[in-house]
Design a protein around this ligand. Structure first.
Ligand code: CNA
Length: 258
């Protein structure tokens, strides 16, 4: 007979995280899809992610979109609706509490397109991969507000511009498109000025977002909260291979008691 060893937990590191949070003034978060899985939105690369579920990477490829927008909109019909209905989770609220309750200078550089950080109450958000709030026409380039477009997408239509009839695309960054340069530059500046950088819920596989931690100074502490290991784990002061919600809420609860 054999006994299974219990999984090693990194939660014993919580007191160190609480101390880092208490001492830091400028805290920058770099977040990815794992930040929102606890809100019911699948990520890309984990075992329960979209890729493992059979979604092909090319669904977010700009050349494929321009050739065959129906391919994206068939997928988007449920994915965009899931995002639209999702609400912030304990992790998003813990990040917001650091700014609103503990008066830390917090900013969030996020690869997510779900706007859940903003909904949780953080205003300093750099959406590195764009937004679902607006669409633009691929033909005449005119920006279009997204609200009226949702129902067309949900009904299985390919949204078109009322004026020129061009195909409308959400202003999220597809593979093959550049990041919004002003947003990325502001994120780089924020990371350079941080005294604590917390990387949460990203496999750090997508560039240039994955290069942001390299902008931190030697004085900046690095904390990684991600279920799977990341290429930067070996550089971090603290690593949690745990749920973001439990780590961040646990840390903020303890901070309240100090
Ligand atoms: P990814 O490559 O799918 O990595 C996500 C990581 O998060 C994985 O390594 C998981 O182990 C980890 N993870 C998942 N859930 C949790 C959890 N609850 N607690 C701790 N760790 C967890 O996603 P990246 O963000 O690194 O890749 C960048 C892509 C994903 C960006 O272009 C995003 O636009 C895109 N994306 C965004 C959303 C969203 O807006 N919510 C959803 C799906 C994909």
């Amino acid at each position: 007979m054999s006994m299974k060893l219990p999984m090693a937990s990194s939660l014993h590191n919580l007191p160190s995280l609480v101390s880092f949070l208490g001492n830091a003034q400028r805290i920058v978060f770099l977040t990815g899809a794992g930040m929102s899985t606890e809100s019911g939105i699948a990520d890309f690369r984990s075992t329960t992610g979209l890729y493992a579920g059979g979604v092909d990477k090319s669904v977010f490829d700009i050349e494929v979109f321009d050739r065959d927008p129906a391919y994206f909109y068939r997928f988007a019909r449920t994915f965009l609706d899931t995002i639209r209905q999702a609400r912030p989770n304990a992790g998003h609220f813990a990040v917001a509490a650091l700014a609103t309750e503990f008066r830390k200078d917090v900013c969030v550089c996020t690869q997510n397109i779900d706007a859940l950080h903003q909904e949780a109450g953080i205003s300093a958000v750099f959406p590195l991969h764009g937004t679902l709030q607006t669409f633009h026409c691929r033909k005449c380039r005119e920006p279009v507000e997204s609200r009226p477009i949702w129902s067309a997408v949900a009904a299985g239509e390919i949204p078109q511009h009322g004026g020129c009839g061009g195909i409308l695309k959400p202003d999220i960054v597809f593979f093959g498109e550049p990041l919004p340069q002003d947003v990325y530059a502001a994120a780089e500046t924020a990371v350079r000025q941080a005294d604590l950088l917390i990387v949460a819920g990203t496999s750090l596989a997508v560039y240039p977002a994955a290069a942001l931690p390299a902008c931190r100074t030697d004085a900046c502490r690095l904390v990684i909260i991600n279920r799977d290991s990341t290429p930067l784990d070996f550089q971090a002061n603290l690593v949690f291979h745990e749920s973001i919600g439990s780590v961040l809420q646990g840390a903020v609860d303890r901070l309240r008691k100090t």
